[in-house]
Design a protein around this ligand. Structure first.
Ligand code: C5P
Length: 243
């Protein structure tokens, strides 16, 4: 049982050193809590998507005792609606580490998101092309190849003033050239030999970080492991030389 009177979060310095974002996908809050309780000593960022749709924005405050939270809403709507969504966070003083919007929502939409969260600590991250799209499916959606499309969306996002981008590890070095300051988050990350699942444009944690990512998203490889905490520690120690 968790004693909520005691601070669970690890040292901010440990958090800063850990680039792993755990995608807490496809599980209930009851299933997630024991995992994040064990994980909190590692300083991983906790990314919520489907859980936030079910539990609501309050999931952020529920998870914050265990780590920084990335609210992966992937907002994609008209500027006013996106602003209303993000404004609910501000009004309710729910200020996660980051929220996501789709860059394909356009410059005005992203500008509005940035404006709504200006002065608050929450980062706005713009998702470029989903890492589950390959050359062919990207062509069908955008009539363009992943490299050109990611570049185009990233440039729009940069003009809009976002804090960072979400892209595949295959494009991260190209986006690092846009600015040394941007937070660059890469899903589609798998350790050597791990299953790629439905991800198409993938690379290893080490090479994603070497190519300029500031953070790497790992979901199924960690949550599907027999011991998720041991798997996080293994990646940090054996693959990334952190700790
Ligand atoms: O399980 P896996 O490591 O593939 O998890 C990847 C996570 O990253 C999922 O939560 C997915 O929604 C997210 N994501 C992605 N591709 C993007 C943006 C986010 O896979 N471009």
């Amino acid at each position: 049982m968790i004693d909520h009177t005691k601070p669970l979060r690890c040292n901010p310095e440990v958090e800063k050193k850990n680039p792993i974002i755990i995608a807490l996908d496809g599980k209930s809050l009851a299933e997630i809590l024991p995992i994040v309780e064990k994980l909190c000593g590692t300083g991983c960022i906790l990314k919520v998507n489907d859980l936030a749709f079910f539990e609501g924005m309050k999931i952020v405050s529920r998870l914050e005792p265990y780590g920084r939270v990335m609210l992966d809403f992937k907002c994609h709507d008209i500027p006013n609606t996106v602003s209303n969504t993000l404004n609910q966070l501000v009004k309710n003083k729910i200020l996660p580490w980051a929220v996501t919007v789709h860059a394909s929502g356009g410059i005005e939409m992203m500008k509005k998101a940035v404006e709504t969260l200006r002065g608050y600590p929450t980062k706005v991250l713009a998702v470029t092309v989903l890492t589950s799209l390959n050359e062919e499916s990207c062509g069908k959606v955008y009539s363009s190849n992943p490299t050109d499309q990611v570049k185009k969306l990233a440039e729009m996002a940069y003009v809009a003033g976002v804090d960072g981008l979400v892209c595949s590890p295959k494009e991260v070095s190209m986006l690092r050239e846009i600015s040394p300051e941007l937070t660059l988050v890469t899903p589609g990350v798998r350790s050597p030999g791990a299953s790629s699942d439905d991800q198409k444009r993938i690379d290893t944690p080490k090479s994603a970080l070497e190519n300029g990512a500031t953070h790497i998203v790992m979901g199924r490889q960690i949550l599907g492991a027999k011991d998720p905490v041991a798997e996080v520690k293994r990646v940090l120690k054996e693959e990334l030389n952190i700790y």
